[in-house]
Design a protein around this ligand. Structure first.
Ligand code: SAM
Length: 216
C-alpha cells in the first residue's frame, strides 16, 4: 500500500473538469499524466488495484449532471454515493445542496481520491471502504449509484440491495451507459445524455447514458 496515497494521486493525475459536469474538477488520468502509462503490473507492485478512481465513468457523469440539474432530489438530504470511485457523484450531491454525503468504495485508494477531489471542489464528503452490500442498506434518504453494472456478481448483489433500500423508502438513482448487466426491466428512466468519455475505457468516445430510478 502507498505511504501517502493523496500525494500519489496529486502527482500522477491532473485536475480537470468532468466533461459532462464541468463545474466539477477531478484528479483524473489522461494521456499527459504519469498514471496513464503505468501498467496494471506496475500498479499492482505498488499495491494499487486498477485505478477506477482515476476516471469519471459515463454512469457517474450522467448521474452527477442529473443531480446538479435537479437539486431538489438531494437538497437537505443525506446521500450515499455507492461505488464512488473518484467521489464524483457525492461531490455533485454536496454541490446541489445535500446535507451530508457518504461515499463508499471497497478500493482503499478511493478514500484518498475522494478526499482530494472533495477538497478541490470545496465540499466535504465522508467516506468508507466497508463493503456495505454485506449488511442492510444504511438509513439515508437517497442512494446514488454510478456505473455499477459492468460485472455480473457485483450487479446482482447491488441491484438486490438497492431494491431492499427502495422497499425501506430510500430514493435510488442509477447512472448507466447500457452495461452488460444493467437490468432490462424494473427501472424507470429519468434522463438520457450523450456523455464524452475516453476510448481507452470505452468502445465509443460518446456514450449514450441514462439516469434511472427504482419505482415504488
Ligand atoms: C466503474 S467504477 C464507477 C465509479 C464512479 N461511480 C463513477 O461513475 O465514476 C465502479 C466502482 O465500483 C467499486 N466497487 C466494486 N465493488 C464494490 C462494492 N462491493 N462496494 C462499493 N464499491 C464497489 C470499484 O472499486 C469501482 O471504484
Amino acid at each position: 500500500m502507498l505511504d501517502d496515497p493523496e500525494a500519489f494521486i496529486r502527482e500522477n493525475t491532473a485536475l480537470q473538469p468532468v466533461p459532462h459536469a464541468p463545474e466539477i474538477r477531478l484528479y483524473v488520468a489522461d494521456e499527459i499524466t504519469p498514471i496513464w502509462k503505468m501498467t496494471e503490473d506496475a500498479l499492482g507492485a505498488m499495491g494499487i488495484s486498477p485505478p477506477f478512481w482515476a476516471f469519471a465513468w459515463a454512469g457517474g457523469q450522467a448521474l452527477a449532471r442529473y443531480v446538479l440539474d435537479h437539486p431538489e432530489m438531494v437538497a437537505g438530504q443525506t446521500v450515499l454515493d455507492f461505488a464512488a470511485g473518484s467521489g464524483l457523484v457525492a461531490i455533485a450531491a454536496m454541490k446541489a445542496g445535500a446535507a451530508r454525503a457518504l461515499a463508499c468504495d471497497v478500493d482503499p485508494i478511493c478514500r484518498a481520491a475522494i478526499a482530494v477531489n472533495a477538497e478541490a471542489n470545496g465540499v466535504v464528503v465522508e467516506s468508507t471502504i466497508d463493503d456495505l452490500l454485506d449488511r442492510p442498506p444504511p438509513k439515508v434518504d437517497v442512494i446514488l449509484a454510478g456505473d455499477i453494472c459492468y460485472e455480473k456478481t457485483l450487479s446482482d448483489r447491488v441491484l438486490k440491495w438497492l431494491q431492499a433500500a427502495r422497499a425501506a423508502g430510500v430514493t435510488v438513482l442509477i447512472g448507466d451507459p447500457g452495461r452488460t448487466y444493467f437490468p432490462k426491466s424494473g427501472l424507470e428512466q429519468l434522463a438520457q445524455y450523450e456523455v464524452r468519455t475516453t476510448r481507452e475505457l470505452e468502445d465509443y468516445e460518446i456514450k449514450r447514458t441514462g439516469v434511472w430510478t427504482l419505482p415504488d
